[in-house]
Write a protein that binds this ligand. Sequence first.
Ligand code: AGP
Length: 613
Amino acid sequence: MCGIIGYTGRREAAPLLLDGLQRLEYRGYDSAGIAIVDDGAIHVVKGAGKLSVLRDGLEGVYPPGRCGIGHTRWATHGKPTTDNAHPHLDCTGAVVVIHNGIVENYLELRAELTARGHALRSETDTEVLPHLIESYMDEGADLLTALRHTLGRIRGAHAIVAMSKREPGRIVAARAGNAGGVVIGYGAGEMFVASDLPALLPETQRVAFLADGEIACVTADAVEYVTAAGAPLQRGPQVVPFDPVTAAKGAHKHFMLKEIMEQPECIMDTFRGRAIFEPPAIALESVGMSDETLRRVSRVMLIGMGTSMHAAMLGRSYFERIAGIPAEVDNSSEFRYRDALIGPDTLVVSVAQSGETVDTLEAMADAKRRGAPQITICNTPGAQSTRVADGCVLTRCGPEVAVASTKTLTASISALYLLACHAGRARGVLDDARLGELIASLARAPGLMGRVLALGPKVQEIAHALAGYEDFLFLARGAQYPMALEGALKLKEVSYIHAEGYPAGEMKHGPIALIDRTMPVVAIALDDGTRDKMLSNIEQVRAREGLVVGIITEGDAELRGKCDEALELPPYAPLLYPLLSAIPMQLLAYHIATTRGCDVDQPRNLAKTVTVE
Ligand code: AGP
């Protein structure tokens, strides 16, 4: 997760920026840099590796100036080199930008800018931003207007911070989508900008958070807020307590909501440096097994518990459809009693965010005794599962504090997708063109997830209306079936409402008997090849007076007309569509639970890590 800091005021900026970045080191990074505007020029200092290398390199001689921005980068596009590190300049050194997110259409913008004579020097997607801003400023726009125009040209989700030497003392910061936060810190005669509260809290506790589509224009004594369309916004600071829990929760009331909102960033962090865009390649650093072993296995057995098992169910589709290997999935605790016929020809892939779930560890131990090669997907570096397996793919979500898993679900799904791509490559079934498509598709996830997160207020409205019901049914087919199970699990866990997830085809084989006006049915009916069959299921629910909440594809007027409530998701690749549909499931559970006054972060009877059988 990239870190962002900015300062404008009366003190020397560079030491403050380096201290702020140091407080963001926990987010992880591979290069860092700062830019200071002073005396009509922009001074940039940056480098690969740790912040301490950058700091030591300066030998106490900091670039002078009282307005600057700083960044810690985790590479997505291009290696972690000095050239690719942020901040990035335009052609003439008049504009400087730092950025968190992915410019999804950077290749076409890069081509356009190059054709217009701009000289881009790095391999990053970010570098198109200063050049776009430069071109708008050259046409007469001020920095704020140029940033607004730039936002209109780029796709994806972003936090962008920029300065120009033509407007010394000013920093502009924008949030578009949910690829990371932007928080403005108010001081006395000085102002701060950051990606996260910990960067600011020692300096000020008076802060304001930017929402999706908002921009702040900051000088030492004032801040002006506008929408991306340029309409003014009224916004004042709030005071946050200076304690680690508040700092960790950021703008959110609960960890569960914070972790739901973090998902675009977590996905990006999980694939950064592993999904290589040009030429397409997969670089999984710690998979712990040779291509020869991956070629030799004749099937994959995926295991996990709870939410992790739901991710594993998608892993099965990925291994079969991407890597061409027969795959099955089982609940770890049941796998142990199956006396499964596995051996060196079966690759066991376990999923466990904690890496300490006893049933999964026991199943892994059994698989080990039988000589099966193993890879684990885990969010906790050094956890037991990572020590037992031959290799691992770590999800990079940071700690998940809420008991109900959210961000580790979608990050695990992404890690399984990468692993299947890796296996497909090793087995020679994925050519460059297909791998390129698969990677490009995953790279769209953070931006699209940001759009789905923006449905929050609508989900909250629906949740208010449904919070009094005591039974729910979740229906889906194909790749969405695990998300129906997950929707039911989330709702049970945090709101204590009885909920069942079913493959929709199974409905007529029993569950349909339950349906009447007291049973809301959440139906995932997306345009992924299952939509028409789901439409029939929805008709059957309506015929029994069931209340239908449809998760449908944007613009599907026919389905919208059949649902009591509809949440519309952007079109997406069927294999990865669950990354989007997971979000309304999580938000619905969260808002129903909070409406009912439940303790969402620590639901009754549940433990974050289940170490008893
Ligand atoms: C999910 O919300 C639950 N807290 C639970 O089902 C969890 O997914 C399960 O206990 C597995 O945990 P793990 O991923 O740490 O193995």
